[in-house]
Design a binder for this molecule. Structure first.
Ligand code: IMP
Ligand code: MG
Length: 190
């Protein structure tokens, strides 16, 4: 039975728990087919991707390794600037591995473009992107990165839950919801 208690700061639910399970099953099955003869290395971008990554990888029926990259991008609580700093690096070399980057949401696409270029320069055999959510409308004009795996597209609204935060809160909501305008600080509003 889905959780019907909606958090008071959530305007509406966009992706339910059941829909999240279905997304994880579908993407896990596809990744299992696509990476059969590869050397799969899953890299989660902290912290937003952790709920998605732990559920997704349990649906991938292949040998794989996991690690995390901590990135900080300068900007406000609701917008990224594209200037990325690595604050937690990978524990080992990914040279020769088929890297699958796991992200919570693709917005302008600047964070992942930076990370993807960086890992390419470290000698990965291949790099692909798996994002739970995509806001295609928001992509920056200079970003050419295209995600290979997408859970679902979302409209241009600020979303929280299942890893996604506003001001470091709400990550533990079991669904994805649109945050109420009243819960956003005036300086962060559009
Ligand atoms: P990008 O570099 O603009 O693609 O920024 C992606 C990052 O911005 C994501 O990993 C999130 O941390 C954050 N972000 C973008 N949109 C949202 C949103 O609607 N809710 C929560 N975080 C978001
Ligand atoms: Mg974030």
């Amino acid at each position: 039975m889905a959780n019907i208690n909606i958090h008071e700061d959530v305007e509406r639910i966009l992706v339910t728990e059941e829909e999240l399970r279905e997304i994880n099953r579908r993407l896990g099955k596809k990744i299992t087919e696509d990476y059969k003869d590869k050397k799969l290395f899953i890299v989660g971008i902290l912290k937003g991707s952790i709920y998605f990554m732990t559920d997704l990888t349990r649906n991938i029926d292949l040998p794989l390794e996991i690690d995390f990259l901590g990135v900080s991008s300068y900007g406000s609580s609701t917008r990224t600037s594209g200037q990325v700093k690595i604050i937690k690096d990978l524990d080992k070399s990914i040279a020769g591995y088929d890297v699958l980057l796991i992200e919570d949401i693709l917005d302008t696409g600047r964070t992942l473009s930076y990370v993807s270029n960086m890992l390419q320069s470290r000698g990965a055999n291949s790099i692909a992107v798996c994002t739970l959510l995509d806001k295609p409308e928001r992509r920056a004009p200079d970003v050419t990165l295209v995600p290979e795996y997408v859970g679902c597209d979302v409209p241009n609204a600020f979303v929280i839950g299942y890893g996604l935060d506003y001001d470091q809160k709400y990550r533990n909501l079991p669904y994805i919801g649109v945050i109420k305008e009243s819960a956003i600080k005036p300086e962060d509003r559009d």
